[in-house]
Design a protein around this ligand. Structure first.
Ligand code: NAD
Ligand code: DAU
Length: 332
């Protein structure tokens, strides 16, 4: 099996590559990544060139994608612009990569008759009230809020249309908020941990009542592998590990684990259009494909993640100043 992983130098893509490298020793993995500010080839250090290759390239570039796709059996498509805050002040890269890039991949898999698994997000479903007893399922209507989530919704719709109109052999997964090693310091958990490591206070948007459904990135990887190997073509699977926590609780937990006063954080301006709550019902993936998450205790997964950031300062330091400069400009 030869797989092509788009966005494999980013957070979730690189964790997936390491997971597959361990779990499927007879597979060959090619990564294609543009190495934007969010990509880092060093995330893929330690892989043997007999089983792994790297292409620096843009998924929006038709010729590059056509050649890479023709040379593999299956494409796992992670590449995206992924940060909501960025999408709110600069939406174009999101429209370009998330929609045009996905279009180019669909055209290439159609032309070369290759299997595709498309990585998406729970944010396409909009948000839930705090007391809503229902969680997102694959039947929940799409209702995205931000330029980021609307472009991910658009990419999902393209995949569905290519399956129906052209019989492209594709599946889709919509996962909740990931945490773990190699996550860019712009995102919530790494930002707070590295703020504390830099001697500053964590930053909570608004009141902090917003709920995210946390899943360890390794559980995301195992879910994707289950779908790739056992999923039904044309189906959408939601991936989540029942990890709902509000942001205030998570910040307090991080402070406490790092030996600080749990009230030692700042309130900053809220994100415009900030989604209130995400929650995933993953029973289709659990029941039909016998998947189950390994990291069911959020606190211990968080402790391990904090430890990783403590031990890998040389990895996150180069991103830190530029990221905080961007936040300063938008008042968060
Ligand atoms: P990330 O921003 O860390 O990584 C994205 C990667 O894609 C980077 O390596 C970047 O260089 C690459 N990339 C961006 N534009 C590209 C282009 N035009 N051509 C080639 N490569 C390009 O993102 P992430 O958090 O790892 O998310 C990966 C995927 O998972 C995305 O599709 C995202 O929507 C989805 N997702 C993320 C989460 C989460 O919690 N982070 C949850 C559910 C789904
Ligand atoms: O739900 C899946 C999505 O999760 C993915 O599709 C996105 O790619 C990923 O970035 C993530 O989106 P969020 O917007 O939920 O993640 P973020 O880490 O930006 O923020 C998580 C929550 O924390 C959100 O409610 C905003 C809040 N927040 C964020 C930052 C950066 C803060 O309170 N303070 C902060 O400094």
């Amino acid at each position: 099996m030869r797989i092509l992983v788009t966005g494999g130098a980013g957070f979730i893509g690189s964790n997936f590559v390491h997971y597959i490298y361990r779990e499927r020793p007879d597979w060959h993995i090619t990564v294609i990544d543009k190495l934007t500010y969010a990509g880092n080839e060093a995330n893929l250090n330690g892989l043997d060139s007999s089983r792994y290759a790297f292409i620096k390239g843009d998924i929006c570039d038709q010729e590059t994608i056509d050649a890479a796709v023709s040379d593999c059996d299956a494409v796992i498509h992670f590449a995206a612009e992924s940060h909501n805050d960025n999408s709110l002040h600069s939406p174009w890269p999101f429209v370009n990569t998330n929609i045009i890039g996905t279009y180019q991949i669909l055209e290439a898999v159609r032309k070369h008759s290759k299997r595709l698994h498309h990585i998406s997000t729970d944010e396409v479903y909009g948000d839930l009230e705090l007391d809503d007893p229902n969680k997102f399922t694959d039947q929940t209507p799409y209702n995205p809020s931000s330029p980021y989530s609307s472009t991910k919704a658009g990419s999902d719709m393209l995949v569905r249309a290519w399956v129906r109109s052209f019989c492209v052999q594709a599946t889709i997964s919509n996962c909740s908020n990931n945490y773990g090693p190699f996550q860019h310091v712009e995102k919530f958990i790494p930002r707070q941990v590295t703020e504390i490591l830099e001697g500053r206070k964590p930053k909570l948007y608004g009141t902090g009542e917003n709920v995210r459904d946390w899943i360890h990135t390794e559980d995301h990887s195992s879910g994707v592998l289950a779908i790739l190997e056992k999923g039904k073509i044309g189906e959408t699977y939601l991936i989540g590990a029942n990890g709902e926590e509000n942001n205030k609780t998570v910040i307090e937990m991080i402070l406490e684990i790092m030996g600080k006063d749990k009230n030692g954080y700042d309130h900053v301006n809220d994100r415009p259009g900030h989604d209130l709550r995400y929650a995933i019902d993953a029973s289709k993936l659990r029941d039909e494909l016998a998947w189950k998450p390994k990291y069911t205790d959020f606190r211990s997964g968080l402790e391990a993640t904090i430890e990783w950031y403590k031990e890998n300062e040389e990895w996150w330091k180069p991103q830190k100043n530029e990221t905080e400069e961007k936040y300063k400009q938008i008042g968060r």
